[in-house]
Design a protein around this ligand. Structure first.
Ligand code: SAM
Ligand code: SF4
Ligand code: FES
Length: 343
């Protein structure tokens, strides 16, 4: 199945189980049975934005807002590092309290406190190219910025006037500056259809992403989308497989939102082409206030409880957790060919 048309036809005409098996085989060829672990740390739930789907949008006055101090962030990272985690994902709303200088300081301190062994991923929204460059210079390895939906009109509506073009330009800047770049989308947004879902996956391919985050949209009661219908996990599983077929070397997380929608949603994704898990390592007092959607799992458990839970879940599906940095093969391959070009 070399050409895009063949992959899309295969996707359209294949049952979810067969699609998942094919995607899982491709994933196994490239990543073996290994599942990489990222320690997720949601350091601020303040946000200047008002995305219609998001539980921590600015206009949701019911949110108990918090900002973690730099000391608290480093303390949490150190604890995660001691438990073997070598990749940390720092996520927040678009919160300008954390200036680029502050973010750079956080990155440098994480690097120092982990003997420069850990990879740092940021996920704090759209910034200017110059700001991304500062983050890169400070040692930031990866950046996650989902495009959310490939439908331009829907994007502008859901993201309160922000254009898809602006989001894509930011993703292109990240790639250009040498970040291991992640993006992705929600599945089941109101107004999307099967064509949107195929275009979402094709956009991931066009962007040649190193990581692709896919999760179900889960309506939150305190947002304008509260009346939306909840789509089934099957759509997420199919999306995971399609993206794996299109991007055999990308890292694809089995997302917490999938585990929230379906008790074994993450396992379903891991059996359908996903190869990453992102346990939340934050203190329970913060976790319960970062509710993008209702019913979020793991908010009462500690990071180490989640790690042992995940160990069991992963071994139950005959895969193994690996505590490596887990760089994306697509990123490593690109860099190898760059080195070759330079030689
Ligand atoms: N503020 C940054 C941004 O928007 O890129 C990073 C944090 S944002 C909360 C992380 C992701 O949460 C978004 O990219 C979006 O896909 C997801 N998200 C937000 N609301 C959601 C919902 N109701 N259901 C599922 N996922 C949601
Ligand atoms: Fe803010 Fe991100 Fe939520 Fe949008 S999705 S409101 S930018 S936290
Ligand atoms: Fe958090 Fe199971 S992964 S409790």
């Amino acid at each position: 199945m070399k050409c895009l048309k063949d992959i899309i036809n295969f996707y359209k005409n294949t049952s979810t189980d067969d699609l998942a098996k094919t995607a899982d085989n491709i994933c196994t060829i490239n990543y073996g049975k290994n599942i990489f672990i990222r320690g997720l740390l949601e350091f601020s739930n303040y946000c200047n934005m008002n995305c219609l789907y998001c539980g921590i949008r600015k206009d949701n006055k019911k949110v108990n807002r918090y900002r973690m101090s730099i000391e608290d962030i480093i303390k949490t990272v150190k604890k995660g590092y001691q438990s073997g985690i070598k990749t940390f994902v720092l996520q927040s709303g678009e919160d300008h309290y954390y200036t680029i200088e502050k973010l750079c300081l956080i990155i440098k301190k994480i690097k120092e406190s982990t003997n420069f062994n850990a990879a740092v991923t940021l996920s704090c929204g759209i910034k200017t190219r110059k700001q991304y460059l500062e983050l890169k210079k400070a040692g930031c390895d990866r950046y996650l910025l989902r495009f959310e939906t490939s439908d331009e009109k829907l994007h502008k509506y859901l993201r309160n006037g922000v254009t898809l073009k602006k989001r894509i330009n930011a993703i292109m800047d990240l790639k250009d500056l040498g970040f291991e770049t992640g993006s992705g989308y929600m599945v089941g947004l109101p107004g999307e259809n099967e064509t949107t879902r195929i275009n979402n996956a094709l956009l991931c391919k066009k962007l040649e992403l190193d990581m692709v985050g896919i999760g179900p949209f889960i309506p939150h009661n305190d947002t304008p989308l509260k009346e939306s219908i909840q789509e089934n996990i099957e759509l997420v599983v199919r999306a995971t497989s399609l993206v794996r077929l299109l991007l055999p070397y990308a890292n694809i997380p089995a997302t917490t939102a999938s585990g929230t929608l379906d008790k074994i949603g993450r396992e379903k994704m891991l059996k359908a082409g996903a190869n990453v898990l992102m346990p939340n390592i934050n203190d329970e007092k913060y976790k319960k206030n970062y509710l993008l959607y209702p019913g979020k799992i793991c908010i009462e458990e500690s990071g180490s409880q989640c790690l042992s839970c995940l160990n069991k879940r992963v071994s139950d599906i005959s895969k193994n957790i690996v505590m490596d940095r887990g760089d994306s093969l697509s990123f490593l391959n690109k860099n190898k060919s760059l080195v070759k070009e330079k030689i």
